[in-house]
Every structure is written in structure tokens, then in C-alpha cells.
Ligand binder design. Sequence first.
Ligand SMILES: C[C@H](N)C(=O)N[C@H](CCC(=O)O)C(=O)O
Ligand code: MG
Length: 365
Amino acid sequence: MKITQIKFGMLRVPLKTPFKTALRTVETVEDIVVQIHTDTGNIGYGEAPATAVITGDTHGSIVEAIDKFIAPRLIGQEIANLNRITQLIQTALEKNTSAKAAVEIAVYDLFGQLYGAPLYKMLGGGDPVITTDITISVDYIDKMVADSIAAVDRGFESLKIKVGKDIGLDIERVKAIYAAVEGRALLRLDANQGWTAKQAVYAMHTLEDAGVLLELLEQPVKAQDIDGLKYVTDRVHTPVMADESVFGPMEVVELIKLRAADIINIKLMKTGGISNAIRIADIAALYGVECMIGCMLETSISVAAAVHVAVAKANVITKVDLDGPSLSKFNPVDGGVIFNESEISVTDAPGLGIREIRGLEPIEV
Ligand SMILES: C[C@H](N)C(=O)N[C@H](CCC(=O)O)C(=O)O
Ligand SMILES: [Mg+2]
């Protein structure tokens, strides 16, 4: 099975409600879809969102990175040579992790199709059902409380509460939500870099002293502020998770050696795809560090790939934040992984199992 052509499309899926974090507000998922064609007629699918405020990637940069730098190296390559192909992708250009991720996801999809096996089995196998949390956008307190209760009523047992806007209000937000759902759901906080290290310690001590039990605190400080991240990790009881501070395996090694965080959030759009996500999971397992697998605003193409990784690496990926499909108004994908609110299950269809993507607008390059 040889790669013959790489095509692009734009996929737009409205969100059920605006997604609001300390970094941005989004109303529609707008992602680049990559289709890798082969001489056998098989097509591999990948996807990348333009999360410019986190990865630096835009729709234009994703398409250009693939079309000008990655695709020319891949035409004619045999899908069976997976490791060679992932190296060609990762070394094609610096950064551009979302573009690399989209192409890798499509290549791994084809790798599964080549051997007639679902991707998670090609990655080592596992129990094909996982459970995700759901994000509660940062908003007025009453709205966040109502959204949290609604999410719990939908069956979500873990809520990812977005904070990071105003330290005093954030503390009140979390206290109110905790009082409303205590005993029914675990709370994870994600400040998306919105606090200083001292504010984060103050907020967590205030919440801890008030008896608010939190599962974790994600990315309290600026991505580059590793000293600040460690400052918080050293001073609070709640486990601290690094998200925007770590992209690839080398950063993970440094972060773990510094003990700057307790948990690592792996996202395919930060790692540049599946090969580095697996590397990070294996490094974390060596050091006995837990991982979460997360997503950006993605549909069930690239989130499906993350699900397969989560299933295969469940030994170290103990937390799942793959709620892109649950936040969206509809699922544009026919086949593949089944997203049923908090429960996500993988079928035994080869690769990612995607049969059709509805509403894809072709992009000419
Ligand atoms: C969608 C997911 N639950 C999430 O919250 N991801 C964010 C970043 C998403 C974005 O801004 O597109 C995160 O973990 O920081
Ligand atoms: Mg985060």
C-alpha cells in the first residue's frame, strides 16, 4: 500500500454552546481534514484544528506545512514502513505540530487498514471502552452551576471546570459548583495559564481550606513559566497537571526531572501525532508519572485517534478529556469510534474505522 496523493478539506461543526476559556471563545469547530490516498484505493483520514493561541498553528499554516514540506516526502512511501514515515513527518520542518498530527493520524489509520486491525490493537491492545470528562466553560457563576448540573444529569462523572479569568471570582465559581455537584462528580480545574504562581497557590489553599476536594489543577500559569509551575506543584496538595507547558517528549523528560508537575496532559496536536504521544506515555510510565489524554476543539476524526491511543496506553493514561464530540451539535463522521456522552467505545473496524465524513468542503492547493 503506497501513498499516492494527499488531499485537504475543511470541516465545520457548530458547538452546542460557546466554548470559553481564559484564552479564547469559540462557537464552531473549524478543522482541516487530511485524506491520504493510496494505490490500493484505501484512504486514511486525519484532522487538525487551528488552535493558534496554544500551538501557533492556523488553517493556512497547517495546509502549507503539509503541502509544501510533508507531502513531497511521503508520496511513494509504503505504509508498511510506519517508523520511517513518522520520522519523515517529524523531521520535515520545525514545530507545526498540528499539521504533523493530522498526517500521522491518517498514516496510522492506513497502517491499521493494511493489516485489517483496529488501531488500538496495532498499538498493543486494551479494553475498548473509556470514559471522558466534559468541559464547563468559564462564565457567570449561575450559568456554570447550571451547566455543571446538566452535565452530571447527562451522566458525566468528571467535570473540567474552566477558570483563569479573575482569581476571586474563580474561587467563588469553584465553591458554588462543588456545592452543587458534591458526591456526584469529580472536579478538574483548568486555568489555561490565567493565574500567576502566587495566585494559584492562594486559590488552591483557599479551596483546600474550605474543604473543596479537587481531582487536579491544570496549567495554572503561563506555558513558559516552568519555575512558576513547580512553585505551585511544590506548595499545593491538589495534583498539578501540565498542559500548554509540554508539547514533545524532551519537554516531558525535563518537566519530570524538575518535578514541575504531577501529571502530563498529552494531546496529539501538541505532540505532532501518535508516535510522540506513545513516546511520552512510555517515558511517563518509566518515571511512574500519570497522564491525561486531551484534545483541542476537534471532531471524531482526530479524537478517534486519541481514543485508540488512550485504550492502548491505559496503563499510564489514567484520565481522559476527549469531549470534542460531546461539545459538538452533531457527529459528521460515519463509522469509527462510538461517542455516547461520557462513554466512548472502539469497534474492531480496521484503522480508525471511518467510512464517510459528511459536509467536507474541498480545499484546492
Ligand atoms: C476541549 C478540551 N476539553 C479542552 O478543554 N481543551 C483545552 C484547549 C482547547 C482549545 O482551546 O481548543 C485545554 O485543555 O486547554
Ligand atoms: Mg488544558
